[in-house]
Write a protein that binds this ligand. Structure first.
Ligand code: C2E
Ligand code: CA
Ligand code: CA
Length: 553
């Protein structure tokens, strides 16, 4: 019965009971010791006398009391010993539990819970000294990709290796914690007039962590982006900053490093916070704007340079933002890619563009730009074919533009997507050609239909002789590979003249006008008598393109 109540007791109750028992045992032991001193003091000489010199026998009652006393002393001693052991075991268990609770089981670093307090402790310890603490936020670049492409086992291996490399690089009084999947935060003390010591340290971390990591005959390279914030900083706002605030600032600076191309570090500066706020506003604007239909296709003419004939249009996305006005894709496409909305955005735009293009002369083609992120989606080809099927637009009139950068990412996957699109009759153009270092063997191994020379080379034509040699080299490369070539960014008649002298090229650019929305494009086509005669909307001239419908509603 007793046992049952004991086991039902809470740990706190058990602790109180065992403390009560220990108090009683201690009381008994003390009483026994006092008694032993009292009785033993008079009785022992009597016993010794009786044994060795045959004196009077000691009082039996007192002798028994002394024996009992000795038994109690032995009991007390043993209890003390057990207690001692119990405390040691409990302390060890507590220590183990504490270590488990504050350590990250994978890397052995401090974890998300214990890291910030450890930094705070370091910061307060330095408060009245000449030293300050630099807090560094270290984030792996492309860790998700490493995980996705190579599996979680290798991902774990990368994390443990990076953690060890960071620990090995930090000074002995540094603190390192893993506070997210692929995020580490560190704190190091430094002399406040030797900030460059921190620069050197962080540069070393960036360098050391990027060394190749080998596992099971696979080699991966993982780089890091780092943001740094210092405790005694004289930024706007001033005042003392606790560890949490420093981590926040280091995080903002880390984000800045990511934006500036990764594999680098930045010290926090207060304008970074404003940039981030603006970036977040844009992000929520994009999230709201997609379902609200604020993103619309614009169209840029594509011309046969020899004949001057219009051959088709390239669709270029625009954001008609109620807050910011007409926003360039250079601003919102990278954000949409980052927040994983590029697929949805692109599909909506393509749907609208297909609808618009159905109203054009059937000889005209439609080109759409596809982000490298979309090519990572194994269902991309199916999704695009589904859009074509739904709209009834012939695949042979559609071209997709992929940038050279795509080819470095995952050549195998890109090849299989591109091949299945091509099998359905869609054409593939290699966009921004000349900027992405694609090799000849890559060009030959992909079923590409066209090269589009990047506009940076074309604009050089007007000013530089070497520019001309480069463009000529690219044009003859196209000839050698039997690929037609488009020149982007034809801005004036002088450039046009030079290009016309290089062979049979297609071209596009401001020389032919800026990209226009669906309604203006229709108007242009109407004036050229190039609207689709079979399309009812073309004959009635009603504004029924997806974009116009949206505007009308
Ligand atoms: P891009 O594919 O190279 O598109 C051509 C860009 O050059 C367009 O900029 C166009 O307006 C601009 N341009 C055309 N002619 C000239 C010229 O004569 N001189 C100069 N200086 N520029 C000219 P835009 O519309 O701002 O688009 C920028 C980039 O955004 C595009 O570059 C493309 O990479 C991307 N983009 C646009 N729409 C989409 C889209 O729907 N999806 C994806 N993934 N990317 C898109
Ligand atoms: Ca393009
Ligand atoms: Ca381009």
């Amino acid at each position: 019965m007793k046992k049952a109540t004991d086991s039902a007791a809470t740990p706190a109750e058990k602790k109180i009971r065992s403390a009560e028992r220990d108090m009683i045992a201690l009381g008994i032991a003390i009483a026994a010791a006092i008694l032993f001193v009292g009785t033993g003091g008079t009785l022992m000489p009597q016993i010794v006398k009786a044994w060795f010199f045959g004196g009077n026998q000691p009082d039996l009652l007192l002798a028994n009391a002394l024996l009992l006393n000795i038994a109690l002393l032995i009991f007390g001693w043993r209890r003390y010993r057990d207690l001692h052991k119990e405390i040691r075991v409990r302390r060890e268990a507590e220590e183990r539990a504490r270590r488990l609770a504050e350590r990250d089981p994978l890397t052995g670093c401090l974890n998300r819970r214990s890291g910030p307090p450890a930094l705070e402790a370091l910061r307060t310890a330095l408060a009245d000294t000449d030293r300050e603490i630099a807090v560094m936020m270290i984030d792996l670049d492309n860790f998700k990709q490493i995980n996705d492409l190579n599996g979680h086992q290798l991902g774990d291996r990368v994390l443990t290796t990076i953690a060890r490399r960071i620990e090995d690089t930090l000074p002995h009084d540094g603190v390192v914690a893993r506070i997210g999947g692929d995020e580490f935060v560190c704190g190091v003390p430094f002399d406040h007039n030797a900030r460059n010591a921190v620069d050197n340290l962080v540069a070393m971390i960036v360098r050391n962590t990027s060394a190749p990591i080998e596992s099971n005959q696979m080699t991966v390279e993982a780089t890091v982006s780092v943001g740094i914030a210092e405790s005694g900083a004289k930024y706007a706002g001033g005042g003392t900053m606790n560890a949490e605030a420093l981590i926040h600032r280091a995080d903002i600076a880390m984000y800045h490093a990511k934006k500036r191309g990764r594999n680098r570090y930045y010290w926090f500066e207060s304008q970074m916070e404003d940039e981030l706020r603006f970036r977040n506003e844009l992000e929520s604007g994009i999230r709201r704007g997609i379902p609200a239909g604020e993103f619309v296709p614009y169209y840029e003419q594509q011309i046969d340079l020899a004949t001057g004939k219009l051959t088709g249009f390239e669709m270029l996305a625009r954001w008609e933002s109620p807050r910011y006005g007409l926003v360039s894709p250079e601003i919102f496409i990278p954000i949409a890619e980052e927040i994983d909305l590029i697929g949805e955005l692109s599909e909506r735009l393509i749907t609208q563009a297909l609808e618009d293009a159905k109203g054009w002369d059937p000889a005209l083609t439609l080109s759409v730009n596809i982000s490298p992120i979309q090519l990572r989606d194994p269902w991309f080809a199916q999704k695009l074919l589904h859009l074509l099927l739904e709209s009834g637009f012939p695949p042979s009139r559609l071209e997709i533009e992929i940038t050279e950068g795509c080819l470095h990412e995952n050549m195998g996957a890109v090849r299989s997507i591109v091949t299945s699109l091509k099998n359905q009759g869609i054409s593939i153009s290699l966009d921004d050609f000349g900027t992405g270092y694609s090799s000849l063997s890559q060009l030959r191994s992909l079923p590409i239909d066209r090269l589009k020379i990047d506009r940076s080379f074309i604009s050089e034509l007007a000013h530089q002789r070497e520019g001309r040699a480069l463009v000529e080299a690219m044009v003859s490369l196209g000839k050698g590979l039997s690929l037609p070539v488009t020149a982007e960014g034809v801005e004036n008649s002088e450039v046009l003249g030079q290009l016309q002298g290089m062979g049979n090229l297609q071209g596009q650019g401001y020389h032919y006008g800026k990209p226009e929305d669906a309604a203006a494009t229709r108007k242009r086509l109407a004036s050229l008598d190039m609207l689709n005669k079979d399309n009812v909307t073309a004959i009635t001239g009603q504004a029924t393109s997806a974009n116009d419908q949206r505007k009308a509603s």
